[in-house]
Design a protein around this ligand. Structure first.
Ligand code: NAD
Ligand code: DAU
Length: 339
């Protein structure tokens, strides 16, 4: 099969490309706008493969999408604005890519004969969940511009299945970590700041809980749903590793041999969800298993950043990164709205 991987130059998308090329005879066409988060270095290992092709383009561009989807059997859409803090600073691009972009892809799929359309979504669409686990039928209560736009994209996908019979699938993954993650997300922020002996920012009390999933396991979950999922259905992909942010950051500092005194509590993220937890039983019934134990996967990730300074120093040296970092971390009090 020929798979169009939208957003394939990003963190999870590029790992999914590797997964497909390593585990199948399928062909991959990556379609990516190369926003600040898209990075061709993530795909350089496949550049010579006869089963891989790259097209630069925007999922919100009707004509570019129509051309890219010619001859495609399956679409897997990872393309998104993906960072909650950026959605708080600048929600507009999230609506354009995560909602309108999903619509453009669906319209193209409707006019062509794709056999599968898989929308990669997130456990954040369930909203804040404490002391229980969300299953696929739980209500969606997104609370950030990011999660609301991801929920909007998902609703369109489901509507296109019901209305037009498009063979759609949705996955809702939990907090993913591993090599090549852009250093705006918690784990790479902590590793790279600590390596430079700079303060490690923890929002609020740091007792928020996330369910951590290694990137390879996220990709094998998406692959299992793509091949064996039932059209019209949604599948959670959880790591089964619940930790508070503080516990996680302390572990990373220990792995790096850095002092916990680097931890700096900073004003909280507005609307910060205190917890997420999802039940992955439905995906486990499809035969998916997690391959990587959390401790070992975290060690692998820390080691990757230690060994690949060039990769993250190039990213952190960009004007976009520095502007974002300054805006997000220098005056956090101003982010909080008083009512
Ligand atoms: P990322 O930000 O690292 O990568 C996003 C990719 O999409 C980049 O290559 C970027 O250039 C591309 N892109 C953005 N806008 C585009 C557009 N308009 N047209 C074409 N390409 C565009 O994101 P990620 O962390 O790899 O996440 C991938 C997907 O998985 C997203 O849909 C995200 O919502 C979802 N997800 C992420 C996590 C996580 O913890 N990172 C967990 C669950 C679900
Ligand atoms: O749950 C899945 C989601 O996980 C994905 O859909 C998103 O694309 C992905 O970005 C991630 O969202 P989070 O907001 O949970 O991830 P982030 O790495 O930004 O933050 C993880 C936790 O750490 C969260 O509670 C906020 C906190 N945090 C984050 C940063 C960047 C800090 O305390 N300090 C920080 O500097």
């Amino acid at each position: 099969m020929r798979i169009l991987v939208c957003g394939g130059a990003g963190f999870i998308g590029s790992s999914f490309v590797r997964h497909i090329l390593d585990h199948s005879a399928d062909e991959v066409v990556v379609f990516d706008k190369l926003t600040y988060a898209g990075n061709l270095d993530n795909l350089s290992a496949f550049a010579e493969s006869p089963r891989y092709r790259f097209i630069r383009g925007d999922i919100a561009d009707v004509e570019a999408v129509r051309v890219a989807m010619q001859g495609i059997d399956a679409v897997v859409n990872f393309a998104a604005e993906s960072h909650v803090d950026r959605s708080i600073l600048n929600p507009g691009s999230f609506i354009t890519t995560d909602v309108y972009g999903a619509y453009v892809l669906l319209e193209a799929a409707r006019s062509m004969s794709v056999t599968r359309f898989l929308q990669v979504s997130t456990d954040e669409v369930y909203g804040e969940v404490i002391g229980e686990s969300s299953h696929e039928g739980s209500p969606l209560r997104p609370r950030s511009p990011y999660s609301a736009s991801k929920a909007g994209g998902e609703h369109l996908v489901q509507a296109y299945h019901v209305t037009y019979g498009i063979p759609t699938l949705v996955t809702r993954g939990s907090n993913t970590f591993g090599p090549h993650q852009y250093p705006e997300k918690l784990i790479p922020v902590v590793i790279t700041e600590a390596l430079d002996d700079r303060p490690v920012p923890i929002y609020g009390d740091g007792l928020q809980i996330r369910d951590w999933l290694f990137v390879d396991d996220h990709c094998s979950g998406v692959d299992a749903v793509l091949r064996r999922g039932t059209p019209g259905e949604t599948y959670n992909i959880g790591g089964g590793n619940l930790h508070t942010n503080l516990e996680l950051v302390e572990r990373i500092l220990d792995l790096l041999g850095k002092s916990r005194a680097l931890i700096q509590h900073v004003p909280d993220r507005p609307g910060h969800d205190r917890g997420y937890s999802i039940d992955s039983a439905k995906l486990l019934r499809l035969g998916w298993t997690r391959d990587r134990a959390f401790d070992e996967a975290l060690e692998t990730t820390v080691k990757w950043y230690v060994d690949n300074e060039d990769w993250w120093r190039r990213v952190k040296a960009t004007q976009d990164y520095q502007t974002y970092f300054e805006r997000n971390y220098s005056d956090r009090e101003s982010l909080t709205v008083s009512r």
